[in-house]
Design a protein around this ligand. Sequence first.
Ligand code: HEC
Length: 97
Amino acid sequence: MLAWGAVAPAQAAAPQKPARLGLCAACHGETGMAQIPGAPNLAGQQLDYLREALKQYRDGRRNVPLMRAAIGPMSDADLDELARWYSAQTPAHQGNP
Ligand code: HEC
């Protein structure tokens, strides 16, 4: 019963800002729009894709030192929270309207 109540709202409501978002914002922005050349936009990306990508960096299956350093030894729950956050963002227009 408790588990049911804990799971349902997470899918409906917009996710809360993750505590670790500050570790990512310098490069990906708080809303998933890249802040530095070479960093991908994450806003609105598929949740499964983001979650899997983060695990790949953490586990070394994607060997990108920048991203590995940013993630460090985060738990699955932390990565999930960040993936949900970025997936729920709306991509902003850049350049030409
Ligand atoms: C120092 C800059 C920097 C920081 C900090 C950083 N990233 Fe990245 N991130 C990058 C770069 C550069 C890439 C592209 C790496 C590659 O080629 O695989 C990337 C790739 C990614 C990808 C894969 C996107 C895709 O389309 O495959 C995800 C997801 C991601 N970052 C999430 C995060 C999260 C979450 C954090 C915070 C914990 C974070 N990043 C912190 C620079 C950064």
